[in-house]
Write a protein that binds this ligand. Structure first.
Ligand code: MTE
Ligand code: MO
Length: 383
């Protein structure tokens, strides 16, 4: 398969696995724009990227424990009110490689750029569900449905050749304020094949794995989706659990993303000419919790200064104010001066007061997900 953006990813980033295709941009490029260009947006696939080209014949079927079973053409979806939502999509495995340094974990070796911030355009899932007889703000249907399952067109080995799938609670799916989209646009352009053409789910504030691409059908079901990526993957275990004693059923599927940040303007081993440096990066939290603060340390975490933040370039960020896109990242910036070689550290705080943990050891888990530990970059001063 020739990924449309393969060349770009080779030039500006890293391809981690060719088949299925997984790639992330270079960290410098990632923060060069507030809205991540499609070419620089990370790509995460569990199987071959499918081609859905007969758009006239494409149908999204909505079935399960609902009053009306219905099929939607792309025209039907486009005829619904269109919403645009700025939302950061982040893979649960972002920053996994750094977790492996403590003790090896299993999964794609992502750096700090397995995320992107896009403006998604599409219909609200809540509007689609209303058309099949499920009112807004429902936590159950008359027939006992409590979860909404998304089934894809692509096939993967983890599902024994079956489709990739995931689910979210009905209460979230029918809540218009949760902004769950059936998206057909990314940054104002039709969604491309890598990112789910013709239609994908975008579940803001939740790990990327639940935003199913190449959507084929939606089903309202009693229990949460029993698929591999809900039940046997993307769960966070305590550090004591290993591949011998793991019991998957003891943990729930990970949904919300915890508070996260990373420095992107610097890399380990960077040598600074004089000690003056601008520390830039991203910060984002899940569940619609905005970023309250980003702290920067130039002494490995003993003392801190607050970074400035923005969502609109040039406009200071006001938490919960006019520039607060609650699902989207903030970019941060702090000018500092370092004397000697040191660890420059970033840590973010969200509006609920959640703080990134200091050490990766305390959150180590065998699948290597949710590495949200303080982000450290070791720099030297060349004199
Ligand atoms: N949807 C399908 N159908 N197949 C997949 O492999 N990967 C998921 C999710 N949706 C996946 C999928 C994961 S783990 C992530 S992180 C995001 O898609 C990545 O979306 P992107 O490739 O558009 O960045
Ligand atoms: Mo992911």
């Amino acid at each position: 398969y020739e990924c449309t953006t393969m060349l770009q990813m080779k030039l500006e980033g890293r391809i981690l696995v060719g088949e299925p295709f997984n790639a992330e941009p270079h960290r410098f490029g990632l923060i060069s724009s507030y809205v991540t260009p499609v070419d620089l947006f990370y790509k995460r696939n569990h199987g071959p990227i499918p081609i859905v080209d007969d758009i006239e014949r494409y149908r999204l079927s909505v079935t399960g424990l609902i009053e009306i079973q219905k099929e939607f053409s792309m025209r039907d979806i486009r005829d619904l009110p269109k919403y645009t939502v700025a939302a950061t999509l982040q893979c649960a495995g972002n920053r996994r490689t750094a977790m492996s340094e403590t003790k090896k974990v299993k999964g794609v070796g992502w750096g700090v750029a397995a995320l992107g911030n896009a403006v998604w355009g599409g219909a609200k899932l809540a509007d689609v569900l209303e058309l099949v007889g499920v009112p807004k703000l429902s936590s159950t249907t008359l027939r006992g449905g409590k979860h909404v399952e998304f089934v894809s067109v692509d096939r993967c080995k983890e599902e024994n050749g079956g489709p990739y799938k995931a689910s979210i609670p009905l209460s979230q799916a029918t809540n218009p304020e949760a902004d769950v989209l059936l998206a057909y646009e990314m940054n104002g352009e039709p969604l491309n094949r890598d990112h789910g053409y013709p239609l994908r789910v975008v579940v803001p504030g939740v790990i990327g794995a639940r935003s199913v691409k190449w959507l084929d059908s939606i089903s309202v079901i009693t229990e949460e989706c029993q698929g591999f990526f809900m039940q046997k993957d993307y769960k966070m275990f305590p550090p004591s659990v290993n591949w011998e004693n793991i019991n998957w059923s003891t943990r729930r599927p990970q949904m919300d993303f915890p508070v996260q940040s990373a420095i992107c303007s610097l890399e380990d081993s960077n040598v600074l000419k004089n000690g003056k440096v601008t520390v830039k990066g991203y910060a984002v939290s899940g569940g619609g919790r905005g970023i309250e603060r980003v702290d920067i340390s130039i002494d490995g975490g003993k003392t801190w200064v607050e970074a400035s933040r923005y969502q609109k370039p040039g406009v200071p960020y006001v938490a919960d104010g006019i520039h607060s896109d609650k699902w989207a990242w903030v970019l941060f910036e702090a000018k500092v001066e370092v004397q000697n070689g040191t660890d420059i550290v970033a840590k973010a705080v969200d509006i609920a007061g959640n703080v990134q943990p200091e050490n990766v050891e305390s959150i180590w888990n065998l699948r290597g997900i949710l590495n949200t530990s303080w982000h450290r970059v070791h720099v030297r001063v060349g004199r």
